[in-house]
Design a protein around this ligand. Structure first.
Ligand SMILES: Nc1ncnc2c1ncn2[C@@H]1O[C@H](COP(=O)(O)OP(=O)(O)OP(=O)(O)O)[C@@H](O)[C@H]1O
Ligand SMILES: [Mg+2]
Length: 254
């Protein structure tokens, strides 16, 4: 199977702390791949480096056959590699639909976008985008919430909206940083079922950080385990639960 994402010896340190230490990973195209590891393992930092939010100290990243490390994050986003955040970054006082439309303009400075967006002329030009946004909201079971303020959504719906905003970019691959963080256990499965559906219907590749290991094992093809900045194991959930290195790391924590 082709690799849509590959890193070679990526390294990122903060002062003396090696947050990402020589990380070489591969993600299969069309897969749902998980990324786990105790708090502070470097998972979010790895996403930040891959997505261009942070510059790696050294190492290479390839996406869709092209080298992307060193590119500014808006070009990586344009290439189809889009990430979401551990804490949703929504405009609470704007409607769900407006949050989607702004995401489509997410590459312009946020303040400028809001002003520009509120102009009537802009709205007229963006009918195509509105159609697209509504279709995505429909896929995420958020269509009925389109006129509601984002701040009034449930935690789970906010996480889905965050994913919807990422989908406005027509991504090839999504990096999801804890897409089910802080939502009730019942909703966690709903979010992961949506991810499986989106992989099917849109042919997307997913790379997902998640703390609920059992959930992640249920929905992923492969999981990569990080600890103290390094990849210490990778494989299918079944293999990992028996891997002494993984057990050690988690027993150490709990
Ligand atoms: N901007 C930063 N400046 C300094 N240190 C940072 C910065 N970002 C992360 N770190 C440190 O780097 C290490 C890795 O952090 P990171 O957020 O990548 O971990 P994580 O695996 O995502 O953890 P969590 O599961 O808690 O989200 C931690 O020790 C963290 O304190
Ligand atoms: Mg994190």
């Amino acid at each position: 199977m082709a690799h849509i994402l590959k890193t070679d010896n990526l390294t990122k340190s903060f002062g003396g702390l090696l947050a990402v230490n020589n990380v070489s990973i591969k993600v299969d195209e069309g897969s749902i791949t998980g990324l786990i590891g105790p708090n502070g393992s470097g998972k979010t930092t790895l996403f930040n480096v891959i997505s261009g939010a942070l510059k790696a100290d050294s190492g290479k990243t390839y996406f869709d056959g092209k080298r992307i490390d060193g590119l500014p994050c808006h070009l990586i986003y344009k290439a189809g590699l889009v990430r979401t955040f551990q804490v949703p970054r929504l405009f609470q006082k704007m409607t769900v639909l407006d949050n989607m439309l702004i995401a489509a303009r997410g590459l312009v400075g946020e303040r400028l976008t809001v002003t520009f967006f509120q102009s009537w002329a802009w709205k007229r030009q963006e009918e195509g985008l509105i159609k697209k946004a509504l279709a995505i909201l429909e896929m995420l079971d958020l269509y009925h919430q389109r006129k509601n303020l984002a701040g009034n959504l449930s935690g789970g719906q906010m996480k889905l909206l965050e994913m919807g905003r990422a989908l406005m970019a027509d991504p090839k691959m999504l990096l999801l940083d804890e897409p089910a963080a802080g939502v009730s256990p019942l909703v966690v499965d709903k979010i992961f079922e949506k991810i499986v559906e989106l992989r099917q219907s849109l042919g997307l590749t997913f790379f997902i950080i998640e703390h609920r290991i059992e959930t992640l094992f249920n929905y992923t093809d492969r999981v990569i385990v990080m600890f103290k900045g390094q990849v210490i194991a990778e494989g299918k959930g079944k293999e990992l639960v028996e891997d002494p290195k993984v057990i050690d790391v988690y027993l150490g924590e709990y």
